[in-house]
Design a protein around this ligand. Structure first.
Ligand code: HEM
Ligand code: HEM
Length: 176
């Protein structure tokens, strides 16, 4: 199993990147609940997994942060020029932060409202008393952050394609 090098992300980083990317697309489908109250195929088949998949993303992100820190210094460098390289780095850090805060705020909605937390059929937190400040925090953060995350992801994918087809450098290939 290959580690990260200065030229390319290793197997673990690539597996984590692409599995989280796929799961995030799945999670964003929750927006479809706004159409006909979710009474359609997406709402009835994919969206019911929202809490479990969201929790899985949190675990994968914790693994990803651990792996990134462990491989610090031996990962692909930010592409030049320096200023744009810093913007790319900031964008990646923002993606990491959003992908931790999304599940944390989602869990806050559930636990704060006293609904408890059940993940893939396992009850992690039983239904219980409401915790108003936790519910307020989750309610204020989750939906606005979802839209910000969507914007970040779109910007990220556009930049990945700019690297591939306009700049024609090897940045996209580092993640394959
Ligand atoms: C990376 C993980 C997650 C992403 C990307 C995500 C994304 C979203 C999106 C896009 C919406 C729809 C927002 C809207 O219509 O404005 C939503 C709503 C919601 N999510 Fe998540 N979510 C994640 C994790 C979680 C987790 C772990 C939970 C619960 C444990 C959760 C609970 C909820 C709830 C209860 C709503 C409905 C909130 C409302 O209608 O105000 N989410 N989420
Ligand atoms: C929901 C979707 C996605 C998320 C949340 C996401 C997130 C991230 C994050 C956080 C990084 C930083 C790498 C690290 O330090 O671990 C990264 C790197 C990267 N991503 Fe994504 N990504 C997504 C989708 C995509 C897609 C669709 C592409 C390709 C079209 C892509 C191409 C890349 C590339 C090439 C890098 C490496 C950039 C570099 O070395 O400077 N990503 N991604």
């Amino acid at each position: 199993m290959s580690r990260d090098t200065r030229e390319r992300y290793g197997t673990v980083s690539r597996l984590l990147h692409w599995s989280v990317a796929l799961l995030v697309v799945w999670q964003v489908l929750k927006i479809f609940d706004r159409i006909e109250d979710g009474e359609h195929w997406v709402g009835q088949t994919l969206v019911p997994w929202h809490i479990s998949i969201g929790f899985l993303i949190l675990l994968l992100m914790l693994a990803r942060i651990f792996w990134a820190l462990r491989n610090q210094g031996s990962r692909p460098p930010a592409p030049p020029p320096r200023m744009l390289g810093l913007v790319a780095k900031a964008g990646h850090v923002a993606l990491y932060a959003a992908l931790v805060l999304m599940p944390v705020s989602g869990m806050s909605i559930m636990i704060g409202n006293g609904y408890g937390l059940t993940v893939f059929g396992m009850e992690l937190v039983a239904q219980g008393a409401e915790i108003p400040w936790l519910a307020t925090f989750g309610g204020m953060v989750h939906s606005p952050l979802a839209w910000l995350l969507l914007a970040l992801v779109i910007g990220h994918v556009v930049m990945a394609l700019v690297h591939r087809f306009v700049k024609k450098d090897g940045v996209l290939q580092r993640m394959f």
